[in-house]
Design a protein around this ligand. Structure first.
Ligand code: ADP
Length: 496
């Protein structure tokens, strides 16, 4: 056994030959041993030292072994006592055991018998020490767990985001104050209630059901935007994920709520501002454009060629500004859900043809070639006509604007499952990997030698995406610098 350090044996026997013999044998084993010739001396030594094992003769003159044993129980209750006894006093040995002695050895004994009995006592001490260490260790780890738990709870309770944990049946097992405050449900504690009964939100209940039935461990969770109140007063994004055991079984869910009301409010204020400014700008610009037309058309008198050219250029710039303002207005309208309301059954090829016609002048200046491939059996779509014109115009005009002399612009439309796929591709300047993820951000324009010369506002693509998404479609882009760009739009087919 490993833990033998610090063992100290005391042998108390009035028979010199026994106690000295025992001392010799024990010391030979390398065990620290002290001897005493009487009960009195033995007790004295026990009071002043720390022994682990006491070998105690029962039959001694003066204070008897049995007395010593009783005293030892009081002085050092954990001292392990082995009584040394003659054959005739075996009953005494039994009594001693009853009084707390651990073992006994009859006299006379052989060195081996002595070693065995002492070793057994040492083993017992070692086992007890180990058990004690384990107990301390366990108590410590329980304490650690308790500390950890209270630390985690403190953190969760002080989080600004709402946290809600359910078991695998959807009953709430943990929540923080933020979630009850956010949902305006501070009155009653959610603990033990089913989420659907407590929050009363179908969206939340459906999300939880989905999360709790996510079979694949690849499924990370669901995010959902929630409008809270009727009419909505607050807006949240709820991220919900399953909690799995090591084996991947779901034993609950955890949902974190971010309050995005202020972001919504900011967005609304921004849209209102853009709306207001655009309206204020559009009318005077349109008036200026009309007046300029009067000049160009000669209704205000003769103008020479140079004057005509200057006014035309001004008109062109004003057209750019009016286009940008229309885009801005459309974007703010679509963001507030006011645009795509007039859906009708429309045929995309018509819109594509008309848009290409409008672009030819611009394209000819750069000697661009148009390639058009439209599936003859193309499904109609159910969409807002003006919005679709905006989508095609913006994509085609970008393919023209960001192209080189003699370049190519191709547009194709085909049926793809339940969708119609429209691709607008060019072999122009392309977009770098770094810029690609940002081109759908509002007002984002790529800064390069080439794009510096192109007039634009950075709201064409965000508007296109907003329109496509409002029609339950998607838009993706692939591009490589210097090689060209392809935009792919998928729109759900209309009921034919
Ligand atoms: P802009 O008014 O600047 O054209 P967009 O939102 O339409 O705004 O496009 C954002 C940016 O994406 C553009 O400034 C341009 O740099 C890049 N971009 C868009 N389409 C293409 C394209 N077909 N080829 C290369 N770059 C493009």
């Amino acid at each position: 056994m490993a833990i033998l350090e610090g063992m100290h044996i005391l042998v108390v026997d009035d028979e010199k030959i026994i106690r000295e013999g025992a001392e010799r044998i024990l010391k030979k084993e390398g065990w620290k041993t002290t001897i005493a010739e009487s009960g009195e001396r033995g007790l004295e030594l026990i009071k002043g030292n720390e022994f682990q094992i006491l070998m105690l003769d029962l039959m001694m003159p003066g204070i008897s072994g049995m007395e010593v044993l009783k005293n030892v129980r009081e002085i050092q209750p954990d001292l392990l006592v082995i009584v040394i006894t003659g054959y005739a006093t075996i009953e005494n040995a039994v009594e001693a055991m009853r009084n707390g002695a651990y073992d006994f050895i009859p006299k006379p004994f052989t060195p081996d018998q002595l070693r065995i009995v002492v070793r057994r006592a040492m083993d017992k001490i070692n086992l007890e020490r180990e058990a004690e260490l384990l107990r301390i260790e366990r108590a410590k780890s329980l304490q650690d767990i308790a500390n950890e738990k209270s630390k985690t709870l403190t953190i969760i309770n002080h989080m600004a985001d709402g946290v809600l944990v359910t078991d695998q049946n959807g009953y709430i097992v943990l929540n923080n104050p933020a979630v009850t405050r956010m949902l305006g449900l501070e009155e009653e504690s959610p603990l033990g209630k089913h989420l659907s009964a407590w929050a009363g939100s179908e969206d939340l209940t459906r999300m939880l059901e989905k999360v709790l039935s996510m079979e694949s461990s690849q499924d990370q969770g669901i995010s959902l935007e929630l409008a809270w109140g009727d009419p909505p007063k607050s807006f949240f994004v709820a991220h919900s994920a399953p909690v799995r055991s090591d084996k991947g079984e779901i034993f609950g869910s955890v949902t974190v709520f971010n309050d995005v009301t202020w972001l919504k409010e900011l967005d609304r204020m921004k849209s209102e501002f853009v709306d207001m400014v655009s309206h204020e700008l559009r009318s005077p610009l349109s008036a200026i454009r009309q007046k300029l037309s009067l000049i160009v058309d000669g209704l205000t008198g003769e103008i020479n060629e140079e004057q005509g050219q200057i006014v035309s250029r001004v008109q062109h710039r004003i057209d750019g500004l009016i286009g940008m303002i229309s885009n801005l207005l459309d974007l703010s309208r679509i963001e507030s859900g006011r645009l795509v309301q007039q859906k009708e059954r429309i045929a995309l090829p018509e819109i594509i043809d008309e848009t290409i016609d409008l672009m030819t002048q611009e394209a000819e200046k750069k000697e661009l070639k148009f390639e058009v491939a439209i599936d003859a059996q193309l499904f109609p779509i159910h969409a807002d006509r003006q919005s679709m014109e905006t989508v095609i115009t913006n994509l085609l005009s970008n393919a023209v604007k960001y192209n080189r002399e003699g370049g190519r612009v191709s547009i194709s439309a085909r049926n793809r499952g339940e969708f119609i796929e429209v691709k607008v591709a060019d072999n122009g300047v392309g977009i770098s990997k770094e810029d690609l993820p940002r081109i759908f951000d509002k007002f984002y324009r790529i800064r390069s030698e080439y794009t510096r010369k192109v007039i634009g506002s950075g709201i064409g693509l965000p508007l296109v995406r907003a329109i496509v998404e409002a029609h339950f479609g998607t838009i993706t882009v692939e591009s490589e610098t210097g090689k060209g760009t392809t935009f792919t739009v998928l729109l759900p087919r209309g009921i034919s």
